[in-house]
Design a protein around this ligand. Sequence first.
Ligand code: ZN
Length: 378
Amino acid sequence: MFKILHQNGNARRGEFHTVHGTVQTPVFQNVGTIAAIKGAVSTTDLKEIGCQVELSNTYHLHLRPGDKTVKELGGLHKFMNWDRPILTDSGGFQVFSLAGLRKITEEGVSFSSHIDGHKIFMGPEESMKIQSNLASTIAMAFDECIENPAPYDYVKQSVDRTYRWLVRCKEEMKRLNSLEGTINKEQLLFGINQGGIFDDIRIEHMKKIAELDLAGYAIGGLAVGETHEEMYHILDVVLQYAPLDKPRYLMGVGTPSNIIEAVARGVDFFDCVMPSRNARHAFIFTRNGTMNLMNQKYELDTRPIDSECQCPTCRNYTRAYIRHLFKAKEMLAMRLAVIHNLYFYNELMERIRLSIEEDRFEEFRRENVEKLASRVID
Ligand SMILES: [Zn+2]
């Protein structure tokens, strides 16, 4: 299912085969929370900007329109008209970050909807059932996402429970995949490593979940309050214990520089709301660094955002025009900016893949880590 084509240092160039097509890795998954990319970007746009995997959100789709409705409509692929892989998160992160008053037990979590306050219960079986109804390509295990920093004893106890939940997720998915009415009987399960910033808890947990022979392994609970150095340290420590022949997914990360640093440590899958969220606030990523399109200096600037970029926005519109749209709060501003930023991220991954293939990833890393994180000079 996962094949490493080439390795350069710890950076891996791979292919992940699924029923919805092959994913070239390292890959950035484009986040479409409620089965749409915020900023009026459609699935036809996603094809044009090189998106390989779309990521949808279990918690949000369970609340609205409801996973049973999506199933009745033929599953998420049909619903949003997307024939490439879809990854659904487990809902865990939103349950712990968005939902109102919650209570955690061995069975799962009781919480109230952030939309209308009604009571919901979600545990491993419920999360798997929802994701099976959505019929995504890859389902994520239901876990507890802990904020950093959290007390050692709490993290330990939480991770033990998350492990027991993972075992239940695996059993439930096996059952759901065998049912007559299931849309995607080949649905895959990724487990999630947790443990805050405690090396020993992370390592022990990774060793245990590695034995479950899952389709992939995610590192969760990072980029939630710790420093970049702490995050890189955890990756260095924990990836040594992740199975070599399975994809590794760093959840919710991050900046272009974070991604390059994580690829250097052996990560294959990424996702983050940053490119689309920042774009909606006129914050743009380019090959030469970041820029804020609201800046006065772009008022008469007739150049594209990035003259090397081949995205639909850069091929057709000027900085001055997009700045005007932002100033006038016109919806098209967000759309054009999101299209550029996502194209930039997808193309960044393509450049990373090529540099690994050509054994010059370290050079690529040296050239880009600082440049991409700094403000553009022009
Ligand atoms: Zn562009």
